[in-house]
Ligand binder design. Structure first.
Ligand SMILES: Nc1nc2c(c(=O)[nH]1)N[C@H]1C(S)=C(S)[C@@H](COP(=O)(O)OP(=O)(O)OC[C@H]3O[C@@H](n4cnc5c(N)ncnc54)[C@H](O)[C@@H]3O)O[C@H]1N2
Ligand code: MOO
Length: 392
């Protein structure tokens, strides 16, 4: 198989994947999830012309008074009686204006003596300190499109639009398998030749940013039958992600095990560095991603494939990571025949690539807060060059 460009591999991965079933959940459970339908406002916001300040509702043309204070309007009190000429109404923030009033005299600018009210400052224009009916949104307006993510602001909007529940997909279940005879669980002793398995905790940490349920299937030895059995146990998940054993060595058994378990491989080997040996396919209803074992390669491929896939099956409109344009503060060498995803950090004067770009260099990776995207065949770059970055 020839090396597949990253964008093509992402598109093929998405094409393999159906959106998960839809459920309607209380809005508090929808945080971070994606709407599967447009949602429209069930009410006007504000429901009436409301005061934005504490003070007095008046006719602006009657400035500076005097007025007779004849009524009071507080939030939650409903419609108010009409104000006759020369009358004012005591009013509080969020309360409806009485018909006839068109501006709010804030109480700091008012002098009140019993029922008698006068204004002590500047002219008022009609509409001053008034939030007109439906000025935020009108009933039936589309508030949020299908595929929008429900962050805190979108939750506020949906609730004010009258929604207590929203339609989203169910949370994906994501199974993680770590392969390698050398691996031991985090914190376990590492006598000669053994290595703490960092990939599963790293993937779980990445996935913690998404609404999903992670199931860690532990460490699987480099043994075909053990790997086939582990894939069998994991196949009820929506996504199975393995790390290690993805390359071409004698102990790299993930691909044959996947096929023996009944999986259909869609692609293997991507034109990227790190991450070349990535593979993807389907195993029954589960989507399968075989990530390389090197911790940096696993991290970068998870960022570019696993998280986007989880977002895609969850109904995200924009499942791919956002990129932006930035200026280099350090020089970069030319790239080879694969796209480079260089670990880097955003210094005050521009982007600086971390010292080691080795795909096993975790200390350098931990200093990075972005990736620099450098297409295959890019010439050397000097400080000041504009580059594409992917914030981490
Ligand atoms: N002859 C070739 N050799 C290699 C090629 C190639 O094209 N031809 N590709 C290289 C590239 S690129 C990568 S990336 C690695 C990926 O290999 P595997 O996916 O088969 O990974 P392993 O060999 O199992 O492990 C690589 C490395 O990572 C360590 N590892 C594995 N799992 C974990 C874990 N859970 N936590 C921490 N560290 C882990 C493992 O001990 C190895 O050191 O292949 C190159 N070889
Ligand atoms: O492609 Mo590998 O992930 O460079 O080390």
């Amino acid at each position: 198989m020839s090396l597949l460009p990253v964008e093509e591999a992402q598109a093929r991965l998405f094409a393999l994947a159906d959106r998960l079933p839809v459920e309607t959940v209380p809005i508090a459970q929808a945080v971070g999830r994606w709407l599967v339908q447009d949602i429209a406002a069930l009410r006007d916001q504000p429901w009436a012309d409301l005061s934005a300040m504490d003070g007095y509702a008046v006719r602006a043309t009657e400035m500076p008074g005097p007025w007779r204070v004849t009524a009071e309007s507080a939030a939650g009190t409903g419609f108010q009686p009409t104000l006759a000429p020369g009358e004012a109404s005591r009013i509080f923030t969020g309360a409806p204006l009485p018909p006839g009033a068109d501006a709010i005299l804030i109480q700091e600018n008012a002098t009140r003596d019993g029922d008698r009210l006068t204004a002590s400052a500047d002219p008022l224009t009609p509409g001053r300190h008034v939030r007109p009916t439906a000025s935020d949104f009108a009933q039936n307006a589309i508030l949020l499109d299908a595929g929008s993510r429900l962050g805190p602001a979108q939750i506020a909007l949906a609730v004010l639009g009258g929604h207590g529940t929203v339609p989203v997909t169910r949370r994906p279940r994501i199974a993680i398998l770590s392969t390698g005879n050398e691996l031991v669980p985090p914190g376990a002793p590492t006598p000669a030749g053994l290595l703490p398995s960092s990939n599963a905790p790293m993937l779980a940490a990445l996935l913690a940013a998404l609404p999903c349920d992670v199931i860690d299937f532990g460490i699987v030895p480099d043994d075909l039958d053990a790997m086939v059995a582990a894939l069998g146990r994991a196949r009820s998940a929506d996504i199975i992600v393995s790390t290690g054993g993805a390359s071409v060595g004698d102990h790299d058994l993930v691909r044959p095990a996947f096929v023996q378990a009944g999986g259909t491989l869609d692609f293997w080997k991507i034109r990227m560095r790190p991450g070349k040996p990535l593979m993807a396919g389907r195993l029954g209803n589960a989507l399968f991603l075989g990530l390389p074992g090197n911790p940096v390669s696993a991290f970068v491929t998870a960022t570019l494939f696993l998280l986007p896939l989880a977002r895609h099956i969850s109904g995200a409109r924009d499942p791919l990571p956002l990129t932006s344009d930035a200026m280099l503060a350090s020089a970069l060498p030319q790239t080879g025949d694969r796209d480079d995803y260089l670990r880097a950090w955003r210094a005050p004067d521009g982007i600086v690539s971390v010292t080691s770009q080795d795909s096993a260099a975790t200390a350098a990776m931990a200093k990075a807060d972005c990736l620099i995207l450098r297409p295959a065949g890019s010439p050397p770059a000097t400080p000041g060059t504009r580059v594409t970055i992917l914030p981490l």
